[in-house]
Design a protein around this ligand. Structure first.
Ligand SMILES: Cc1cc2nc3c(=O)[nH]c(=O)nc-3n(C[C@H](O)[C@H](O)[C@H](O)COP(=O)(O)OP(=O)(O)OC[C@H]3O[C@@H](n4cnc5c(N)ncnc54)[C@H](O)[C@@H]3O)c2cc1C
Length: 492
């Protein structure tokens, strides 16, 4: 794969044949662009993929600590596939990756994962007492049945673990309303665990959808993500999520050109002109049609012409959340000495979430730790530090839980991405929590984002009904392919 991408990046590819005046230009080699290129070719349309960076995959980004196939790896971008995401699963199948799917161990899914509580770091298997004490501290006036208290205590724990700061700050008032509703219900069927001190939050909300009326719009919009990210039914790809995009590139016959930054887009009724930067060379190329998969956070900083007012408004108005991931290459998987086999700890502070990725490959080459995953406002706290300082800050903070990190040769290397300021996405994913489950609004916003302008078409997670997921990026690509195919056939 590495050889292939280098080969496709050579200067010879700047020839008119490769850039192609008769080919459809696909801008961006993330999952949306690659699925679109693959499907357009399947319909008989020649394509050229133009990627600004020197790698394919975009926000699917498997980082390897070493060049060998069995070097420890970690996901700096997407890492989970919900089994309900039919389109992602369809491409996993198409690309022959079904046998590489494994259950993803979520946050707090391992009894030995830790959470930060008022009593300090506590392992999940011992956490209920501390979480109930935290609940009584945060909502002192509430006194409910034990099952409702357990519901409140564990819901608060996952909101503290995964929720953005604006949700955590509002926790007491969220819980007051929700506990009032929960206290009227029989939640006993959802209690489990040897000590009857755990509760299945997903099952509670499924059995009692009326509880959602007690959530603020913020919690309502985030709740499904919260339950998805802490519940069962998530998968990952052994060998790395980048296998999806690597395999797609292998199946695309047309050129996939790296280091081709699109710096201007001009949409017309019968063609599109793209300004391309390759090293010091600036070129303008004309295409019969182009598909733009650039995040709107990137697109809005480029000179663009031929768009109507509503399109300009939607490009300007889509907001993007931040996220920062910091991974450490550790000499050994020291966390296994505390019994941790996977899952993630809720570490709080600036570090937020610490994932223990599945161990694959040769243990002699060390182990990868996703030391910090922070989203939204929290993503900016470490994200604004220069990389070296960011890595040092995470090691310092996380060593309160895992003192082994301070041993002289415990950490062999570090890697990370602050997606909020990342040159090629300027954000982690488009922001959609405010939509809640308003399906009409979702469909309307999706149509506005995806609406073509002349021969310029649009795709990417932000143009879909499941934004912020790979599934949405694929959905948008398939919609754009159908629209491009129809437009080109009509004009023949
Ligand atoms: C930290 C993080 C965690 C995530 N977790 C999950 C998860 O667990 N599961 C899940 O399903 N999804 C997850 N997502 C979301 C998922 O990764 C995205 O929805 C999806 O990958 C977006 O694909 P895309 O093709 O729309 O955009 P991108 O992947 O961003 O593709 C756009 C491409 O355009 C290129 N580009 C940018 N500017 C230019 C330019 N000027 N010229 C040419 N090319 C340019 C970029 O380099 C990039 O390759 C996560 C995302 C992040 C960042």
């Amino acid at each position: 794969m590495h050889a292939l991408t280098r080969m496709r990046s050579t200067a010879a590819d700047t020839t008119a044949a490769a850039l192609g005046s008769s080919r459809i230009a696909v801008v961006g080699a993330g999952i949306a662009g690659l699925v679109a290129a693959y499907e357009l070719e399947a319909l008989g349309h020649p394509v050229t993929v133009l990627e600004g960076s020197e790698r394919i995959g975009g926000r699917i980004y498997t980082h390897r600590f070493g060049t060998e196939a069995d070097a420890p790896h970690v996901e700096l971008g997407a890492m989970r596939i919900p089994s309900t995401h039919e389109l992602t699963m369809r491409y996993v199948d198409k690309l022959g990756l079904r046998s590489a799917l494994r259950p993803f161990c979520t946050m707090l899914s391992d009894e030995n994962n830790y959470l930060i509580t008022g009593r300090g770091f506590v392992q999940v298997k011992h956490a209920s007492g501390a979480l109930l004490a935290d609940l009584r501290r945060d909502v002192p006036t509430m006194s409910c049945k034990p099952a409702a208290m357990l519901f409140g205590a564990w819901l608060a724990a996952v909101i503290r673990a995964i929720g953005p700061a604006r949700l955590r700050d509002n926790l007491a008032s969220e819980l007051t309303t929700l506990l009032g509703l929960a206290d009227r219900l029989d939640l006993s069927p959802h209690i489990h665990g040897a000590q009857a001190d755990r509760i299945d939050l997903g099952a509670v909300f499924r059995a009692h959808p009326e509880l959602r009326t007690g959530c603020s719009p913020w919690l309502h919009g985030f709740l499904d993500d919260l339950l998805l990210e802490t519940g069962p039914g998530l998968m990952y790809l052994a060998g790395g999520m980048s296998r999806l995009t690597d395999r797609l590139v292998d199946r695309i016959r047309g050129p996939v050109l790296l280091g081709r930054e699109v710096v201007a887009l001009h949409a017309r009724d019968d063609h599109v002109r793209l300004g391309l930067r390759h090293g010091r060379l600036d070129l303008m190329h004309r295409y019969p049609a182009a598909l733009c998969t650039l995040p709107f956070s990137v697109l809005r900083d480029l000179p663009v012409s031929g768009l109507d007012r509503d399109k300009r408004n939607v490009i300007e108005s889509v907001t993007y959340e931040s996220a920062t991931k910091i991974a450490l290459h550790c000499r050994e998987a020291f966390w296994e000495r505390s019994g941790i086999r996977g899952g993630a700890s809720a570490t709080g502070g600036r570090t937020r979430q610490t994932y223990y990725p599945p161990r694959e490959g040769d243990p002699a080459k060390g182990a990868a730790l996703l030391a910090s995953y922070a989203i939204a406002e929290d993503g900016n706290l470490l994200g604004h530090f220069p990389p070296q300082a960011r890595h040092a800050a995470v090691i310092d903070e996380l060593s309160l839980l895992h003192p082994e990190l301070k041993d002289s040769d415990a950490v062999l290397g570090a890697a990370g991405i602050a997606w909020g300021t990342h040159r090629w996405s300027k954000g982690c994913t488009s922001h959609h929590w405010g939509w809640g489950d308003d399906a009409d609004r979702r469909a309307r916003e999706m149509r506005r984002a995806a609406r073509p302008q002349g021969r310029l078409f649009f795709a990417g997670e932000h143009c879909s009904s499941t934004p912020a997921w790979i599934n949405g990026a694929i959905e948008s690509a398939l919609g754009a392919v159908a629209a491009i195919d129809a437009a080109l056939r009509e004009s023949r």
